[in-house]
Design a protein around this ligand. Structure first.
Ligand SMILES: Cc1ncc(COP(=O)(O)O)c(C=O)c1O
Length: 355
């Protein structure tokens, strides 16, 4: 539980003073039969379905459906054009370019650093430990008066492991800025989501996405869960219609497919553990990091040559072998059983050929 937190002290001045754009649909609420307020084309769309009207800026139906699934009320939910939009908004809300800084804990998801660079915000890197956990002393030493955000990805990309909950709580309690917990892969993990602890930590933003377990990457729907006050800030900054109508409609329908998704998650977890065990037995494989995600990080011999061999067979994996603390590693996303069998077979063939 975090006792005191001052959101106003963290916000950039321009955001505190910002008068948000007021869209036509913000200004009129209720039933109407003639909509001549938003300069739309009243005739329709050149398509089998009409998309001529602007969508709901705050995606009420979608948030209601998400509430039924996740139990997090709409006032605590921001929806973005992928969680990448939420990451960008965090920088724009809290970080004064050229003055403030954020803390990153590599190896981790690359967008935090890219977003910092786009926004001209400095970052301090405090590497994870050799076992891919937080270096709490290093983080404490890196925090200064201008540190606004700390990004923690759990389960972490590209390592796949979960970060110790108690360590994350230590940071939440002791850091007076915003702690961002990116749970893009939480559906594959047995760990409970931090989103269930929103009432304990007013300085926490939990990111989730429909791009992974939910199989909806192309629709671009990311979620941020936080206090009502933080969500109000997000909504003030976002483009008025950031989630398009087609995405809102399709996602609303797709969210009914929860049983299918849960079935896939079970399969992926079984496949992940089987492939991990098989690969770990190969003499050329030094280590498979135990994964709570839908991918595995594998340290093995000749990673670059293996990567090229797989590319030659039309199989694309992620080469992380030059990333600090992931030296010698490739990251394999868990695919269908056939794809996983093919990966395993191809890895074996590669090593048999060079022996
Ligand atoms: C940790 C993490 N967060 C966020 C994202 C991006 O999610 P979205 O598709 O919602 O922008 C990814 C994508 O790979 C990721 O690995």
């Amino acid at each position: 539980m975090k006792e005191s937190f001052n959101l106003d002290a963290l916000l950039r001045d321009n955001i505190k003073k910002l008068v948000p754009y007021s869209s036509a649909r913000d200004e009129f609420k209720g039933e109407a039969s003639v909509l001549l307020d938003a300069n739309e084309n009243a005739f329709g769309s050149p398509y089998s379905k009409n998309y001529n009207r602007y969508p709901d800026p705050l995606q009420h139906h979608l948030k209601e459906k998400l509430y039924q699934i996740k139990g997090i009320p709409a006032e605590h939910t921001f929806l973005g054009n992928g969680s990448d939009e939420a990451i960008d908004i965090l920088f724009r809300a809290f970080c004064e370019p050229g003055r403030d800084n954020v803390i990153l804990v590599p190896p981790t998801y690359g967008m935090y650093e890219v977003s910092a660079n786009i926004n001209n915000v400095a970052y301090k890197k405090v590497n994870l430990t050799a076992s891919y956990q937080l270096d709490l002393d290093g983080i404490a030493a890196a925090i200064d008066a201008y540190t606004k955000l700390i990004f923690i990805c759990s389960p972490n990309n590209p390592t796949g492991n979960s970060i110790n909950r108690h360590d994350i709580e230590t940071i939440l309690v002791n850091f007076d800025g915003i702690v961002v917990i990116d749970e893009a892969y939480i559906n594959f993990s047995k760990q409970p989501s931090f989103a269930q602890a929103l009432h304990e930590f007013p300085n926490m933003v939990v990111l989730q996405t429909l791009s992974k377990a939910w199989g909806l990457a192309a629709l671009r729907l990311g979620m941020a869960f936080a206090s009502k006050e933080i969500i109000t800030v997000f909504n003030k900054i976002k483009p008025p219609y950031n989630i398009n109508q087609a995405t809102q409609e399709i996602v609303l329908e797709a969210l009914s497919g929860i049983e299918q998704v849960n079935g896939w998650i079970k399969n992926i977890v079984v496949e992940r553990d089987e492939l991990s065990a098989l690969l770990a037995e190969l003499p050329q494989v030094e280590h498979v990091t135990p994964s709570d995600a839908n991918f595995i990080l594998v340290k093995l011999q000749e990673p670059r040559s293996l990567y090229n061999y797989l590319v030659g067979r039309g199989i694309i994996v992620r080469d992380r072998s030059k990333v600090e603390l992931c030296e010698g590693c490739l990251r394999f996303t868990i695919g269908t059983p056939d794809e996983n069998a093919l990966i395993y077979q191809s890895v074996c063939e590669f090593y048999n050929n060079i022996d």
